[in-house]
Design a protein around this ligand. Sequence first.
Ligand code: MCA
Ligand code: AMP
Length: 507
Amino acid sequence: MANLYSRLESGFPQGAAAIFATTGDGVALTYQGVRDQSARYANLLQSLGVEPGDRVAVQASKSLDMLMLYLGCLRSGAIFLPLNPAYTAGELGYFLKDANPRLFVCAPSSEQDVRPLAVAAGVEHVMTLGGNGAGTLVDSVSAHSAEFDTVHVENDAIAAILYTSGTTGRSKGAMLSHDNLASNCFTLKNYWRFNADDVLLHALPIFHTHGLFVATNVLMAAGAQMIFLQTFDVDQVITALPRATVMMGVPTFYIRLLNDSRFDRDLVAHIRLFVSGSAPLSADIHRAFREHTGQVILERYGMTETNMNTSNPYEGERRPGTVGLPLPGVSVRIADPESGTVLPQGEVGVIEIQGPNVFKGYWNMPEKTAAEFRNGYFISGDLGLIDADGYVAIVGRAKDLIISGGYNIYPAEVEAALDEIPQIRESAVIGVSHPDMGEGVVGVVVANQAGFVDEAVIKAELQDQLARFKQPRRIFFVDELPKNAMGKVQKNLLRETYENVFQSPSH
Ligand code: MCA
Ligand code: AMP
């Protein structure tokens, strides 16, 4: 099977002027520029001794250079490993040790702090990349040739590793092959009718499946163009929408747009598709969006490990509160969480997935990988049902997971950080309804008799331990945590107690 880049490139428009991306600053990159720059990055990687299968880790701001580095990795057979810039040094140290990249690319502003971590992890090369074209990586790449013969890769060759947290213990690196990514992006291109006339509004981060693979790969497969914004900024998005034909986002994007008086029917009348995913889009927001704009958001469902699994139809009913139908080639079934027995239609169970989209396993964790498959299906940890018309609805989670603004937060990781604080005896972390982020993180703690501790102290302690988005936005003190007979914290009771804490506008 061919390299993903070769498969994407075969759909690139031929004309020298065909635009790939325009940034918020008006900088344009053509498809010819993509061919040339990705070749330069592939040559640079080879000159550094990066070999097929070597990891190239990147923790930097969103930029077109970062995307070209991604394509350079594909072309040279290296494994692209993007990391959220919000991760703290402690979190980063783990990823570098675990993935052992040959090259680590960081922001110029953090080089001094993170270089020692890279050295300690045995990383051979450290280079820098700023969001504005600055840094040693960009300086070096210009000296390289714009000619490169994209390498042939084996069927299961890994194209990227994306870390996902887990309900217990350490983050796991999900290995995605060239075939995984190619199958999903061509399926989505056809399902969502992407074509060379499309202009995608891209305001997502590019260190996750959504912004990197779903948005960028699909766009390239169609030879379409994008408006490439640094972050989701309502003003910039509203300015750009008149030039776009498609937008992809997490529910928070659509909630924020609906709250802005400039966002109206006329502004989006020409848009052919709004896609939502990464977190539940409530049926209320779906309906409010339709009433306000006349546009019916298309909700789809995916995971880092599987890419996209289901989608509401392009033509046909997009049902609020559902994630649509299994994508062509993807098999979705509902199983009993304990036994794995497939349940009758309409019953609630754990969603299991099989198909060419499903990843090759967790990096260096064969046992964890084996534990998450049964009978050839990947166990998603999401609870759902399939209705009589085949639509999948997600009704809950078997995994203890919080999704805030489209980012996953595992309570176990936050609890471990809280429990490290000497003045805390024990803690429980829950997600409760948040009007902007969908769910917000709440910490409930029992203080040690001996020590005095308040919310400010705890927040200060967590600052260097956990990425900001994982930190509890509210912390409550209790004398004891509610527990069942087995000694397990009853999080459902805590969720009831604190369900309204984010309902005031200040949060
Ligand atoms: C930023 N903060 C957050 C989040 N983002 N806190 C909780 N949850 C978040 N998602 C922190 C900031 O550091 C800041 O901290 C404070 O919250 C307020 O920031 P604010 O300006 O309101 O946030 P923002 O910068 O506007 O970002 C919100 C956002 C962003 C636009 C929703 O988080 C985002 O782009 N989310 C998309 C995530 C995504 O792409 N997920 C896809 C995963 P302080 O006040 O201390 O400075 S892929 C996936 O899930 C699967 C495969 C799928 O199906 O797609
Ligand atoms: P991640 O591990 O970041 O890839 O997140 C994957 C998880 O996001 C899934 O297991 C779901 O719990 C959740 N998710 C993604 N899309 C949707 C959606 N449309 N509705 C509800 N949950 C979703």
